[in-house]
Design a protein around this ligand. Sequence first.
Ligand code: C2E
Ligand code: CA
Ligand code: CA
Length: 574
Amino acid sequence: MDELRYQTTLLSTKSQQLTNEGKMLRLICDTSSSAFLYVNFERNCVEVLANWNEFFPEIEIKEIKDMNRLCLEVEGQYAPVLRKLLFLEDSNDDSGSGIMRLKDGKTWVECEVSIIYDEEKNPSEKVIRFKNVSKFQSQNDELTYMAYYDVLTGLYNRNYFVRLLADFVRRAEEENSVVAVMFVDIDDFRKINDGLGIIVGDEIVQQFGQFLGDFNNENVVVSHFNADIYCIAIYDPCGSRSVEYIYQAIREKIRHPFLLSTRQEVGISVSVGVAEYPEAAKTTLELINCAEIVMFKAKGSGKNSIQYFDAPILNDFLQNVSIENKLKEAVFNRNFTMNFQPQYYVTDKKLRGVEALIRWRDTDGRMISPAVFIPIAEKNGAIVPIGTWVIEESIKTFAQWKRKYPVDMILSLNISAIQYKQSEFITNIIHIIEKYDVDPEEIELEITESILIDSFKEVTEKLCILRDYGIRISLDDFGTGYSSLSYLKRLPIDTLKIDKSFVDAMLTDDNARIITDSIIYMVKKLGFETIAEGVETEEQFEYLKSIECDCIQGFLLGKPLPEDDIEKILEKVS
Ligand code: C2E
Ligand code: CA
Ligand code: CA
């Protein structure tokens, strides 16, 4: 607009200098790829200039009223806009320009108007410029596309999905109907991305997205939320648009691996959470949140499954959120204490050592179990400061005991996989051992099979460094994770702890007994020490003794106790 105004002003100035009007107008037009209409109100004449034929080859305009013909050259909906511009008498009006499409359906033109006024401030002349803006318009289309769609999959994007879901919810409100939201998340996508590269990851997201896109119709909206997450909204789910139907189709699809452009075949599984309006939530965002929360529940219960919303899941989640918030405060204020549970040798019931177990009393006096808050702390990273505190606090106490009582014993510390992964883990623990001057051979780290999710080589290299320093390594909860005896022999460990679930079941369930027997037999052959956890009865103790399990830990011989109570035990045995 400014450019045109400038040219028009130029025209006006030049008009005073030049006598030949045609020459003057050409001055503006020659440099332009646009088409111009020059209107002279006083003489009621109109002249077309510059690239007129490129825009309107058939249209001849001689008088002002002929300009009406131009309105037939643009698509119907733009005709009123153009008419207004053509007959506009005040170009300071903001609406002095407009963009419209010609009847050919392809060419977009911008029409701009500038008016020259006489001394009495009446319009005397007018210049109308038509400029081809098709190129900019297609860029604009791209921007519009990106505002609604996800470029990778061609599905609706998150923002637009939320709007469409809101429409469904509004409609369901009016029609007393139901809207289902399916939150679909590819399992272990990080592993695909890390292991096979993000290009492979993207192609899987794309192929799976295209498959899901086939469900799109007026009652089903499929979107790509982000990364490996898709969200599907279904209005009045039933028949071939029921959640179950779509879920079964997904299961059928992922039974076979995706064939990628690299000719690689990659299989996936997905976890799905489902929440319905009005049962789960009344608003769009709450619905999506609920579906996401139950999707996490599906992930937590072994992935590759579907989970429908129900209130207890939401309550658990909300409780976890509140624990998470309180946890931050507890970490800050160090609101934890340590308990220690004794471990004994089976043959002579001599004290082997103690396992350090954290305790958290909430500000309202309620005890929160580590089985509840440790997994939350692992998710939000609080486990790192908590774990460091546990190590220092326990080793400090242990060092005091050792100075007071001449007892041979081991201090076992639970180490979370997240904590173990920290690059400074080894230097930290060695620093604490040296600070309190304890014998590294009396310190044992309990790790779980979950640390083996990462590179076996890296994990075992770290274990070797710790063992070379003298620290003992114990594999905790054996039997609950991967439970592969084959990797055991490659693992640099000293002790293996048989999970309580085997101890619980071994006397009543033949399979559990056979497994417990063979674990202990094999593990002893590999040269590791065995500790059975959660021994509660004399019968369990006797049975474990008969199959030559080395040590036991459990309520039968001792519960987790505070520092002072452990001192009483130490007094007795020293
Ligand atoms: P865990 O390492 O398997 O610890 C043994 C758990 O079994 C302890 O529960 C202990 O109190 C319980 N237990 C021992 N004997 C018996 C028994 O005879 N019967 C029954 N019913 N239970 C028995 P706790 O202290 O509630 O700890 C739960 C879990 O929380 C631990 O399981 C461990 O995974 C984690 N945890 C506890 N303290 C720490 C810590 O300082 N750091 C980390 N990373 N994790 C910890
Ligand atoms: Ca343990
Ligand atoms: Ca355990």
